[in-house]
Design a protein around this ligand. Structure first.
Ligand code: PGA
Length: 258
């Protein structure tokens, strides 16, 4: 039986407001007539500046909008900050938390990321938390330890909203290198195992995605793995045609129901 795949396009610091709006329109046209949202759920994460414009264009479609980050709190004295409350108001229903670029360049640690997830839930947003090992950690054989450690605080409290976990090996992001689908399946099984151990009743509600150099050619291989429910896509999501090709691949190939 085929489950529902989740594809999230993370545009990072790319595209103007105008360019983001144009991309959303092109994607709607490219999916017209054949895309089945019951088989593939599509979420787009433009820059914060473009969320409102993209959200207006996507209103009435089944494509949802995500923030790429959030700050704690709702409103207040935090120059440059954007809270979950403000993202939701602008039209987002999802938010990416703890992407490796934020862990690396903004020193986000597991404690802050856990607080951000709680803040996302408070604002009514589905949280997509990114975890994954660096190349050095992989070479030391520490992948499993790192993944379990990154889940530890996150899964310590109760599940109070939508949670998706994206396994993104840091060395695979933007590099064109990907792990074997079977390696991803092993990590996905570990993640599902940890979630099941902490939240037995919620195990089926937490999806695990793969992220890192995903494209229309390699996506099917990941979705064919039993525990992988979709993908978080950076570079390849920037072209509407490639994004549509990935939706098509996901619709044809998976994921397999657990
Ligand atoms: P990439 O990025 O697809 O360009 O490797 C993935 C990500 O950073 O989420």
């Amino acid at each position: 039986m085929q489950g529902r795949a989740l594809l999230i396009g993370n545009w990072k610091m790319n595209k103007t407001v105008e360019g983001s709006a144009g991309h959303a329109r092109t994607l709607i046209r490219a999916l017209e007539d054949w895309w089945d949202p019951k088989l593939v759920q599509v979420v787009l994460a433009p820059t914060a500046l473009a969320i409102a414009a993209v959200g207006r264009i996507l209103a009435g479609t089944d494509i949802a909008v995500a923030g790429q980050n959030l700050e704690l709190g709702t409103e207040g004295a935090l120059t440059g900050g954007i809270s979950g409350y403000l993202l939701y108001e602008a039209g987002a229903r999802w938010v990416i938390v703890g992407h490796s670029e934020r862990r690396q360049h903004f020193a986000e640690d597991d404690a802050l990321i856990t607080e951000k997830v709680k803040a996302a839930w408070q604002a009514g947003l589905n949280a997509v938390v990114c975890i994954g090992e660096t190349e050095a950690e992989r070479n030391q054989g520490a992948t499993e330890r790192v993944v379990r450690q990154q889940l530890n605080l996150l899964l310590a409290g109760p599940l109070k909203g939508g949670l998706t976990i994206a396994y993104e090996p840091v060395w695979a992001i933007g590099s064109g290198r990907v792990p074997e689908p079977e390696e991803v399946a092993e990590i996905a099984a570990i993640i599902h195992g940890e979630v099941g151990a902490r939240w037995p009743e919620a195990e089926n509600r937490v999806a695990v995605l793969y992220g890192g150099s995903v494209n229309a050619k390699n996506l099917g291989g990941f979705l064919n793995q039993a525990d992988v429910g979709g993908a978080l896509i950076g570079g390849a999501s920037l072209a509407a045609g490639e994004m549509a090709a990935m939706v098509r691949a996901a619709q044809q190939e998976g994921p397999r129901a657990r």
